[in-house]
Design a protein around this ligand. Structure first.
Ligand code: MN
Length: 202
């Protein structure tokens, strides 16, 4: 069974004015779509990998054959990261978390403002293309910037929420102003979905 592009769970325009419709359309249909196609192309060369989940592949890249390892890392990573990204945003997003994840964030980072500042700085400070991730590692919440389509799962962690800081995620509306995009992105965060992920994986 080939990997499939998951439908966006809301309209392209749903995250306006924070993220514009044209960016969402290109980002989902073309960028994410291309990651899925390239991942499937790589797996076709190694039918023994069919049936593995994207988590299986990324969580154990050393077992992926040499000739497709980089393609799987970049495009499997792209597929995995964006599948999470669409889910942890919502037209009804923003504000502050509640539930278990809110408590865990306060415990790990002191308070919500410190957490927000730390994740924002990790994302804004990621040189070139990449992501800022909040993730579980050894049972603890951590924050770090990751290059390209890398993800904490490649280091044995579990991603909880992340912000895409590739230029394709913001350039049409924000051009070089990555900090403005990251500030606006907080208004889209679907805390209910983030809490669900935390509760499922903690
Ligand atoms: Mn992206």
């Amino acid at each position: 069974m080939a990997f499939e592009l998951p439908p966006l769970p809301y309209d392209f325009s749903a995250l306006e004015p924070h993220i514009d419709a044209r960016t969402m359309e290109i980002h989902h249909d073309r960028h994410h779509g291309t990651y899925v196609n390239n991942l499937n192309g790589a797996i076709q060369k190694h039918p023994e990998l069919e049936g593995k989940t994207v988590e299986d592949l990324l969580g154990d890249l050393s077992s992926v054959p040499d000739d497709i390892r980089t393609v799987v890392r970049n495009n499997g990573g792209g597929h995995y990261n964006h599948s999470i990204f669409w889910q942890i945003m919502s037209p009804d997003g923003g504000g502050e978390p509640s539930g278990e994840v809110a408590e865990a964030i306060s415990e790990a980072f002191g308070d919500f403002a410190s957490f927000k500042d730390t994740l924002s700085k990790a994302a804004i400070g990621q040189f070139g293309s990449g992501w800022g991730w909040l993730y579980l590692s050894g049972g603890r919440l951590s924050i770090k910037g990751f290059p390209n389509q890398d993800n904490p799962i490649m280091d044995g962690g579990v991603p909880i929420m992340g912000v895409d800081v590739w230029e394709h995620a913001y350039y049409l509306k924000y051009q070089n102003k990555r900090p403005d995009y990251v500030a606006a992105w907080w208004n889209t965060v679907n805390w209910s979905a983030v809490n669900d992920r935390y509760s499922e994986y903690r």
